[in-house]
Design a protein around this ligand. Structure first.
Ligand code: GLU
Length: 516
């Protein structure tokens, strides 16, 4: 059975790159009817962060990546291969470290920090690769025993085989390393804790992981791991190394471009669907000319294959995340509207005006839910009018609810503007024509009884035709006069949201301006 694992070190937050790894592991396991496990790699005790594991579990749960085995928040594990937290498994690692020593695949190293520093310095000066010089590789048994007896601290190092190490990466193809160029990695530290390398290999084997899917930064460690599998007489799993995440300038992803913690995006109000959708496309796409990029987690599960993962680094583009967020918000908003419409008319054939007005109010209320936390108090007083104004800037709210006020404030207080705003050179609207159009609009609108967008539209369209005007020649000055702005919602919508009285008043103000 296929088994993947997400094996984060609990640093206190979930890095977006970590989420991408977790997601691909999850998708690959689900797609193949396998299991996805969570393992906590906390052997670096110096980096211990209080509450980090709980936070990690919460974030994975929030985005919907459920795991079949792993630790839980109540401290109990699920699954039969635990414990799933490496700090609880140190005895296991010690046993395998001893086995490696016994089989001559590892050795004790008593070198002091000072000696190692000295060695590094020499290597740097002579431009040699920074590698352990194997001083302790062939220590006589008697010396080793005497050192241990004397309590001299030691680490256990892997004895890298001097041979070619070749493996097939499911993303990058065949990869080859010369064992001679790979450092003799520390496997056990002097405090008796394993390093990542030993613990990772031992756990992947004992937990029966079939596919190791992880970031490309672990590629240089892979020959060490493969050598360990061989030394312990184990079959290595398959490997798939995922492309690096990059800033827009192609440097390695850093906080410079924005947040790297998933939790920050959650706090900022990004939808989980958008986060997952965005992260899925960081280094993968369904290929075969498929243009749709909107995928639910379920759909990703069906579409995902490792052979469509890219080799080249993936640019972390925040605008794309915003785009996904907008698309998902819109989708959810439309679903909500559908439910509302169904309540008003079960067949969603809102054809009569009364139902339509009711629906528009509900629509406004829905938008209000999206943006109210960004609106200053005073707007809450104008409920009915507020809902209408929101409907006219729906798209903008769904894109960025924080900017709602900017788009609707003209409805509540007419900005001061120059009369030139009412003219439009290209459409041939000069001051005189603006004045004529506004007079026509005023008279027309005064006679509109039923103040709906549709009625307003019908009345003005007729006036345009009767007076042999071009559409823009009438609508530009009306729209500009109603909003006092160069850009705003269209004349019909704006008039509807303003209400009859305010619309007529604003047209009169525009006419006054033209007289002065
Ligand atoms: N603990 C490693 C990390 O923090 C896991 C790397 C791997 O998946 O092998 O990313």
């Amino acid at each position: 059975m296929i088994k993947t694992r997400f094996a984060p070190s609990p640093t206190g937050y979930l890095h977006v790159g970590g989420l991408r790894t977790a997601l691909y592991c999850y998708l690959f396991a689900r797609k193949n009817g396998g299991k996805f496990i969570l393992r906590i790699e906390d052997t670096d005790q110096e980096r211990y962060v209080e509450g980090a594991v709980e936070n990690l579990i919460n974030t994975l749960q929030w985005v919907g990546l459920t795991y079949d085995e792993g630790p839980t928040k109540n401290g109990k594990d699920i699954g039969g291969f635990g414990p799933y937290t490496q700090s609880k498994r140190t005895g296991i690692y010690r046993k395998y470290a001893q086995e490696l020593i016994d089989k001559n695949h590892a050795y004790r190293c008593f070198c002091t920090k000072e000696r190692l520093e000295e060695m590094r310095k020499h290597q740097e000066e002579s431009h040699a690769a920074p590698m352990y010089d194997r001083k302790c590789l062939e220590l006589p048994k008697s010396e080793i025993e005497a050192n241990i007896k004397a309590g001299i601290p030691f680490v256990i190092r892997q004895k890298m085989p001097y041979e070619t190490i070749k493996f097939k990466d499911l993303v990058r193809g065949t990869i080859q390393f010369d064992g001679k160029t790979v450092d003799d990695q520390i496997l056990m530290k002097s405090d008796g804790f394993p390093t990542y390398h030993l613990a990772n290999v031992v756990d992947d084997h004992l937990m029966e992981i079939t596919h190791v899917i992880r970031g490309e930064e672990w590629l240089p460690s892979t020959p060490k791991h493969i050598a360990l599998y061989k030394a312990l007489n184990w079959n290595p799993p398959e490997f798939a190394h995922l492309p690096l995440l990059l800033n827009a300038d192609k440097s390695k992803l850093s906080k410079r471009q924005g947040h790297v913690a998933v939790e920050e995006y959650i706090k900022e109000g990004y939808l989980k669907e958008a986060i997952i959708n965005f992260v899925a496309f960081l280094g993968w796409n369904p290929g075969s000319g498929e243009e749709n990029e909107i995928y639910t987690l379920d759909q990703l599960e069906k579409a995902f294959t490792l052979d469509k993962v890219h080799k080249a680094g993936a640019i972390f583009n925040l605008e794309k995340l915003d785009w996904f967020n907008w698309r998902w918000k819109k989708q959810k908003f439309l679903e909500k509207l559908k439910v509302l419409a169904e309540k008003i008319d079960r067949k969603i054939q809102i054809s009569d005006e009364k139902s339509n007005q009711k629906f528009l109010t509900e629509r406004g209320k829905c938008l209000y839910e999206e943006c109210n936390k960004f609106l200053p108090e005073q707007y809450n007083l104008a409920e009915e009018k507020l809902f209408k104004t929101l409907v006219t800037v729906e798209e903008k709210i769904l894109r960025n609810p924080k900017e709602t006020e900017e788009h609707i404030k003209f409805y509540f207080s007419l900005p001061d503007y120059d009369k030139e705003l009412l003219t439009h050179e290209k459409m041939g609207v000069d001051l005189e024509l603006a004045s004529r159009s506004l007079e026509i609009a005023l008279k027309t609108l005064e006679n509109v009884e039923n103040w709906t967008e549709n009625e307003i539209k019908i009345a003005l369209a007729k006036a345009i035709e009767d007076n042999k005007l071009k559409t823009g020649q009438l609508l530009w000055p009306v729209r500009a006069g109603l909003s006092g702005l160069q850009f705003s919602p269209g004349a019909f919508e704006a008039a509807w949201a303003l209400g009859k009285e305010e619309t007529l008043a604003r047209i009169k103000i525009a006419l006054e301006k033209l007289k002065s």
